[in-house]
Design a binder for this molecule. Sequence first.
Ligand SMILES: NC(=O)C1=CN([C@@H]2O[C@H](COP(=O)(O)OP(=O)(O)OC[C@H]3O[C@@H](n4cnc5c(N)ncnc54)[C@H](OP(=O)(O)O)[C@@H]3O)[C@@H](O)[C@H]2O)[C@H](O)CC1
Ligand SMILES: [K+]
Length: 441
Amino acid sequence: MLTAACKFRNKSGLASTTRVMPFFLSTSATVTPLCPPPSPYPSPHFRLPYLPRRGLAFLAAAASPRTLPPTPRQAMASLATSTAAAAAAEVTHLSQRDAADIDEQLMGPLGFSVDQLMELAGLSVATAVAEVYKLSEHTRVLIICGPGNNGGDGLVAARHLYHFGYKPFVCYPKRTAKPLYSGLVTQLESLAIPFVPVEDLPQDLSGQYDIVIDAMFGFSFHGAPRPPFDDLIQMLVSLSVIGDSAKRPPIVSVDIPSGWHVEEGDVSGGGIKPDMLVSLTAPKLCAKKFTGPHHFLGGRFVPPPISSKYGLELPPYPGTSMCVRIGKVPSVDISSLRENYISPELLETQVMPNPFDQFRTWFDEAVTAGLREPNAMALTTVNKAGKPSSRMVLLKGVDKQGFVWYVKNHHFKQLSIHSNEPPKNLFLMPSLGLVQVHKLR
Ligand SMILES: NC(=O)C1=CN([C@@H]2O[C@H](COP(=O)(O)OP(=O)(O)OC[C@H]3O[C@@H](n4cnc5c(N)ncnc54)[C@H](OP(=O)(O)O)[C@@H]3O)[C@@H](O)[C@H]2O)[C@H](O)CC1
Ligand SMILES: [K+]
């Protein structure tokens, strides 16, 4: 619980600015303790991969259903103690029979239409792809669509990816003559999305596409793949044997890696090895054999009668998201993380004379741009011995008199704000190309 606050009051105005990022504002301030309101955590946007119920047990014990949910820190602690494999194992995996049954019930007594479910499924695929493969590095997406509903999901995903800014190409060799499918094709044609005949695909897809989406077969696949899908699957197999994932487009399989047995998985061992699998409604049994780095669940439409009838244990979807990661979060090569910071020039003459007005403008832009917790700031103080220390706090207000933030009571005692060196706060607003540092007295 949060029990103390500081208010730094401004006494003088802008002291210095720089021409380029990072941009510095210096202000002077005094300190006035305040009584804080209760903390409204957690942020609705805070996102963690699915934690199995067992992993959350101690958190559930600590909080009654009507009390505060776990703080992000508690949730992270829980995450550290739960293995990723356990997380994946706790999710229900469906047999082929149950998957088909659920489909029938959704589109029968439960009142859904196939168009609706396909739209939601395709949207889930597109959002999951966009979550993992950023537009800045993966633009050209080849979507290979099969003759059934899995192929329909691919057509829908292509449309959403187009609207997200990607450049989709569709290979749809066995078109289905039903109005649902011809409508989806017309929609893609109206966006001038190219349809690529199988014969025009290069044998090696790695030079022409940044992502390949496998929407050939879903849970109704049986037997051995027939032409032309046998060759298409082989094309993806040869792609997945290129070891260095940086040198080839990642393969994203929709619901089932095409060619895999729906329950047994890649029985021969010579099938597609997708980098990402987007399971729909619930993972099928073959998903237990998936070893790629990104496993997502989509199809946020399962009503309680289905969950209870099939005893479905599924992760909650975060916020308004159409997809949720299942299982292990891949370990990231930190050295490969990079962003091109291309910001417009910022001149001293363009900066508002009042630093608080300038702060407010940038802060509003950060909120509008959808930054997560734009009010998070690093607060740095120096104690009497000259030792600096920093901690993250949340800004709770700003006016012409200064910045207001909250810290825990015992942290407040450690702030050392009465030392000679004034505290500083720092805001990181990367999507605006901004780092703001405020020096406070
Ligand atoms: N409730 C949901 O989760 C929803 C999921 N959706 C998606 O729908 C698929 C399942 O769709 P379905 O049409 O039942 O099946 P498939 O897409 O797997 O494909 C069936 C077609 O494929 C042909 N087929 C089957 N095996 C082969 C093969 N070995 N070689 C070539 N062709 C094959 C089959 O033809 P047949 O003549 O053999 O019957 C069909 O033409 C699910 O996985 C999700 O992706 C929905 O979009 C929404 C609801
Ligand atoms: K597939």
